[in-house]
Design a binder for this molecule. Structure first.
Ligand SMILES: Nc1nc2c(c(=O)[nH]1)N[C@H]1C(S)=C(S)[C@@H](COP(=O)(O)OP(=O)(O)OC[C@H]3O[C@@H](n4cnc5c(=O)[nH]c(N)nc54)[C@H](O)[C@@H]3O)O[C@H]1N2
Ligand SMILES: Nc1nc2c(c(=O)[nH]1)N[C@H]1C(S)=C(S)[C@@H](COP(=O)(O)OP(=O)(O)OC[C@H]3O[C@@H](n4cnc5c(=O)[nH]c(N)nc54)[C@H](O)[C@@H]3O)O[C@H]1N2
Ligand SMILES: [Mo]
Length: 768
């Protein structure tokens, strides 16, 4: 089904600026946010307000000045909408009817108000009492032959308290099946960094941005996805720091920025240039590019030794803090320049120019997003990036370090709290000691494994704590079948989405409070805590009246699910926990030493920084040192094999976010900075590739992925948009393109679907 009303109009303005303000106004109006809720916009990320549900970028000590952010405003407006999805709404629509609506339309219906149970007779959801809903879940869970026949998904908005209780419940019930959104997101970071620096988290804080002289931004689109990061980059740029954008797609939002925080910039229509250098590797070319930079650093160090000038390598750091350098250097020396150039898609002259910038930098921060994490070789890529930074001791000192930029506002905290299908044994020992039950020891299913297990009938109950599992995951038709073959699907959610409609034989939708809402328990307002992308933990209090009197908090839902399922087993204090969230924090503190004095420390404005050992140059690796890990360029890959078969017609597709979406939530149909308006079914493609296809910009195509399992995977009806992107690489939006991602196509060692490198063929659209 082709959209025809859209238009393409290149964007020539700075990011943010007046455009952002205008869009905010339109959005607020459209969402029909009630007057009283306006004030909540000014309370996000304030000391006594709530943590913005928009993204995981930290805020300056929950600063006293209002930080304007389009992303945050949209997220808050979407949650504060006055529209409601009531029992009457469900009575008026069958599920089959609702399935005809687009994700955008489903989002527009507003907030869920009542717990709902699917009625197969009328093919409709009907209201159900909370107690009955919990009893149904308990009965289904207790009827399973094995607890491993259930899977418990988490989306990264869940608070620390909700996540901790959830994993406590699920482990007491008896499984480690914790698929979570980070499996699809920064998993390669979480699995890659422990091998090099000992912990899967970033090593910088916002303070380091004030001291950095060089910033390398890999595979990220902050103007859309982390707008407050642009404010930091602006300050860096004004101070004279060099900012390099490494991205196949020339993101206009990384070129110039007009800060909404600075009235003069706004009034004079001026702006600050952000990136001074743009490197455009081919999709997935970062691994070879970073390895090439490392090789160049080594060569320049050889030269320095030869002519007797200051070393380029930080020899002291390497000697004192690392292992494996000799072998790593041997591998670098053996690598051929021609292969590095070919695989990265970056000419040698540009590699050398970028290496110069890196070597000139005294204090370098490397940031990265999904552009590095959603490829087959993402773990080696991230390890190579830490190798590169370690060569010059750019980790664990002021103004320098590794900075993975996370997505969901508490995705990092959820993992810290034990949402992890491969839990560490030491953590399980601790759980056992504190709570007195024996937690399951073997690994559970991640997202991809859960889908496979559902499809094979091995997982029969699916519970989703937030998120939109059906749309966020790969291989859409297969995933839909998998979910539909479940005995029971349960979704704890704020708004209606497609996952609620792709349901099991029995199905529940459990409506919950959003983070912006007042959470009263046993007569007292409760706060919840979150950990941002830079390991700052702080407390968040909702301010708005709940969307419906029938909502329960996520914590109350989890606790009551647990009570119903486990009964008196293990004497866990479910009722106490839900009456007073401070008691949950007391028990979190018993399990994790770094959370000592938890309640006292989050009571302070700004909260506290959770220790990241690598930041202190303490290395929690097997060797007790930071480890250089060599990696070869893989020459036998699905993409290479597909290209050998199809030649230049084989294109590699990345799937990204437009400006007006939050993951699977489609707020509106524009992608302002990329110049797409009123439509989403577009493909960004190099003009030379359009010519190669014998087509022209504006033509419509169907897309088919190339995979060797005999399954036809296609997505039809996309318009070609000529764009500044390397030949052989194309871009499109997710989730529309998820049917193209084969379930088996994952990052080695992380299991992340390869959403940024899908081998595809384009053909003229059959029905447009
Ligand atoms: N408004 C808004 N904000 C969000 C979200 C949202 O959907 N909307 N989602 C949140 C979440 S969960 C996340 S994880 C983050 C995601 O934030 P990002 O990491 O910015 O995610 P994407 O939109 O997928 O964009 C990836 C960027 O990587 C580039 N890229 C793609 N492939 C490659 C590659 O091979 N190499 C390099 N170097 N670059 C590449 C793309 O051109 C694009 O600029 O944002 C969070 N914030
Ligand atoms: N092809 C492709 N696929 C991708 C990606 C990609 O770049 N390309 N990105 C991946 C990434 S990085 C991520 S993080 C995942 C995202 O996967 P998910 O986290 O599963 O998806 P979201 O779209 O963020 O979930 C939105 C839903 O969450 C619910 N919700 C919102 N707020 C709350 C709340 O406070 N509590 C509860 N209980 N529910 C709430 C609402 O019902 C809303 O519809 O998608 C992944 N999938
Ligand atoms: Mo994400």
């Amino acid at each position: 089904m082709a959209e025809t009303k859209g238009r393409i109009e290149p964007y020539h303005h700075p990011a943010a600026g007046w455009g952002a303000l205008k869009y905010v106004a339109i959005n607020l109006f459209k969402e029909r946010v009630s007057g009283v809720n306006y004030k909540s916009l000014f309370a996000q990320n304030q000391p006594d307000g709530f943590d913005c549900p928009g993204c995981a970028w930290p805020d300056r000590e929950h600063a006293s000045t209002f930080e304007f952010c389009e992303n945050g405003v949209k997220a808050v407006a979407a949650e504060s909408t006055s529209k409601r999805v009531t029992p009457e709404f469900f009575a008026a629509h069958t599920v089959t009817e609702l399935l005809q609506q687009s994700d955008y339309e489903l989002e527009q219906h507003g907030r869920l108000t009542h717990p709902m149970l699917y009625d197969p007779v009328g093919d409709k959801y009907a209201p159900v009492a909370w107690a009955e809903a919990f009893k149904l879940i308990a009965d289904e869970l207790n009827a399973l032959d094995d607890p491993n026949q259930a899977a418990f998904y988490t989306s990264g908005r869940a608070s620390n308290e909700a996540a901790f209780l959830y994993q406590l419940f699920v482990r007491a019930y008896g499984t480690n099946n914790f698929p979570d959104c980070s499996n699809m997101c920064h998993e390669a970071t979480s699995r890659g960094l422990p091998g090099t620096v000992g912990i899967g988290k970033g090593t910088v804080t916002l303070d380091d941005f004030e001291h950095a002289d060089t910033l390398l931004i890999f595979g990220q689109n902050p103007a859309t996805n982390h707008p407050r990061m642009l404010g930091e980059l602006r300050e860096c740029a004004r101070r004279g720091a060099t900012i390099v954008s490494i991205n196949p797609l020339r993101e206009r939002g990384l070129e110039r920025f007009a800060s909404p925080q600075h009235p003069v910039e706004m009034l004079t229509m001026s702006s600050t240039p952000i990136s001074s250098m743009f490197i455009q590797p081919k999709l997935g070319g970062d691994f070879a590019l970073i390895k090439a930079l490392a090789k160049r650093v080594l060569e320049m160090d050889d030269r320095a030794v030869l002519i007797g000038v200051r070393r380029v390598l930080d020899i002291d750091f390497i000697d004192e803090h690392t292992t494996g350098f000799a072998e790593f250097a041997r591998d670098l020396r053996a690598e051929k320049w021609a292969l590095l150039e070919e695989e990265s898609g970056v000419p040698r002259s540009q590699i050398e120019a970028l290496a110069d910038v890196f070597m000139r930098g005294e204090r370098v921060i490397a940031t990265w997003g999904m552009g590095l994490t959603q490829h087959k070789h993402s773990v080696p890529t991230i390890q190579m990036l830490s190798n590169l930074m370690m060569m010059r001791g750019q980790i664990g000192r002021q103004g320098a370090g590794l900075c993975p930029v996370r997505g969901h506002s508490n995705v990092q905290g959820d993992r810290t709290m034990g949402i992890e299908e491969q839990p560490a044994q030491a953590f399980l020992d601790r759980m056992e000691r504190v709570f007195g039950f024996v937690p399951p020891r073997h690994h559970g299913y991640d997202v991809v494994a859960t889908i496979g297990a559902m499809a094979e009938g091995k997982v029969k109950v699916f519970v989703g704590l937030g998120g939109n599992f059906a749309m966020a995951t790969p291989d859409t038709p297969l995933t839909f079948n998998a979910l539909q073959s479940c005995e029971l699907t349960v979704h704890i959610a704020t708004k209606l989405n497609r996952s609620h409609l792709i349901h099991g034989r029995k199905a529940l939708i459990l409506p919950t409070l959003g983070r912006t809402e007042i959470d009263m328990q046993a007569g007292a307002p409760q706060g919840v805590t979150v950990e941002d992308s830079m390991s700052m933990v702080h407390i968040s209090f909702g301010l708005n009246k709940p969307a419906s009197p029938d909502l329960l908090s996520e914590i109350a839902i989890v606790a009551r699910m647990a009570e119903a399922t486990l009964g008196e087993r293990y004497q866990l204090k479910w009722k106490d926990y839900r009456d007073d969230y401070a008691l949950i924090r007391d028990d979190i503190e018993k399990v994790f030493d770094d959370f000592y004095d938890y309640n006292a420390r989050v009571a302070k404005p700004g909260g506290f920084h959770l220790k990241v050992a690598s930041r202190e140059r303490e290395w929690a690796t097997a060797s007790g040192k930071a480890q250089f890990v060599p990696h070869k360029i893989a020459l036998d890959t699905p993409i290479r094999r597909a290209r050998a078969r199809h030649g230049e017609r084989l294109l590699v597709m990345m799937t990204t976010r437009s400006h007006d979406q939050y993951n699977t939530t489609i707020y509106a149909l524009d992608d302002r900075y990329r110049g797409v308006f009123g439509m989403r079914r577009v493909i960004f493609i190099n003009q030379a590739d359009i010519d190669m296809l014998g087509m022209k910009a504006g033509d419509w195509v169907d897309v088919q992925s190339v995979w060797d399992d005999g399954v036809e995977r296609r997505a039809d009806g996309f318009m070609l948009v000529a764009y500044d992107i390397p030949r052989g690489c194309i871009g499109a939006y997710y989730p529309e393109t998820n049917p193209l991602v084969p379930l088996a196509s994952v990052a080695d060692g992380a299991g992340t679907p390869t959403s940024k490198s899908i081998p595809v063929l384009l053909t003229p659209a059959v029905a447009s």
